[in-house]
Design a protein around this ligand. Structure first.
Ligand code: NAG
Length: 315
């Protein structure tokens, strides 16, 4: 009876502990709705009155076109309307999104673009749209910085820059042999790179290299950062307690995928071997003490003998 009561009183504590650990994990979890979170928006508007109605109609059919394509494509570029009220633009979903998530991300865009813009860029977590009125968007590989976010929290860890730069180098090469998307887990760092569709492999690698340089210069030792250029973006995060499993899931770059896994296996395996060795040593040690004068251990524990053995080995 007493013991039942005692264990019952422990239940709330256990639950609280569980809740606490969940809270620690939750902020990292990226749910589908996060894809639709607005990162930034830039709208340039200098429309003359009178053309507003047809512009809004063009914009409407432009978004309709894009959204209907987003359930099948990650990248799509189009022009709608006529010469007077044309809209040229494109959308790009992040390469790791499913068709359904890409569609959901795109479908959430019109709500955020009530304003009529001549030229606009709307970046959500999982997708972005870019359009210009009365102008064809030419083939471009533009490395202009559009937006940057650097975490105020700075890492004060020795070797942080080395890990960061190695992780950046991994995505730079990773994007060139993929389809413009790459995710790399490097030690405690995760980096995602996404190029705009239609960008060639070389341009994509170059764009990501420029973005990484900006991240190095602007964000320095920030725990996390996002650098958005015209034709690509990178996003990185440093996880001192290890990269959460839910972030590790999903598509990764084609290179170096298993290196971290291997490293972990080596570390864990090595640790286990050391531990077993230690247990074995302790057992032997006890045995040696009990039997008084166990040969091998007596030798190892005698410093004078050890130096002697060392010297003779040198000679
Ligand atoms: C928004 O876009 C315009 C034109 O492309 C550019 O001149 C301006 O600097 C941008 N503003 C921001 C805040 O990025």
């Amino acid at each position: 009876m007493g013991s039942t009561l005692k264990s019952m009183s422990l239940l709330p504590q256990t639950l609280a502990l569980l809740a606490l650990s969940l809270i620690r994990i939750l902020p990292f979890a990226e749910t589908t709705s996060d894809y639709s979170t607005l990162v930034y928006k830039n709208c340039t508007s200098k429309l003359v009155t009178g053309s507003t109605k047809s512009h809004s109609e063009s914009l409407h059919s432009f978004f309709e076109d894009l959204i209907s394509k987003s359930s099948r494509e990650k990248f799509y570029k189009t022009t709608v309307g006529d010469d007077n009220n044309g809209i040229s633009g494109l959308f790009q979903c992040r390469g790791d999104l499913s068709n359904n998530d890409c569609y959901k991300c795109m479908a959430s865009l019109p709500e955020m673009s009530h304003t009529l813009c001549d030229k606009a860029r709307i970046q959500l977590h999982g997708c972005y749209v870019h359009y210009e009125a009365d102008k064809f968007i030419e083939e471009r590989s533009n490395f202009n910085l559009l937006h940057k976010i650097c975490d105020e929290k700075k890492a004060a860890v020795l070797g942080f820059e080395e890990v960061r730069d190695a992780a950046f180098a991994a995505v730079e090469s990773g994007v060139t042999d993929g389809d413009g998307y790459c995710k790399e887990n490097y030690e405690l760092m995760q980096v995602i790179a996404q190029c705009e569709g239609g960008l060639g492999a070389c341009d994509c690698g170059e764009c990501v290299r420029v973005a990484a340089e900006i991240a190095q210069e602007e964000c320095g030792t920030s725990f996390s950062g996002q650098i958005y250029l015209d034709s690509c973006f990178i996003s990185y995060g440093y996880y001192p307690d290890g990269i959460p499993d839910n972030l590790k899931k999903g598509r990764e770059g084609s290179k170096n995928n298993n290196n971290t896994g291997k490293l972990v296996a080596i570390v864990v395996g090595g640790g286990a071997a050391l531990f077993i060795g230690y247990v074995f040593f302790m057992a032997l040690n006890r045995l040696g003490k009990k039997e008084d004068g166990g040969l091998a251990l007596a030798e190892a524990q005698d410093p004078s003998r050890r130096t002697h053995t060392g010297r003779s080995a040198d000679a």
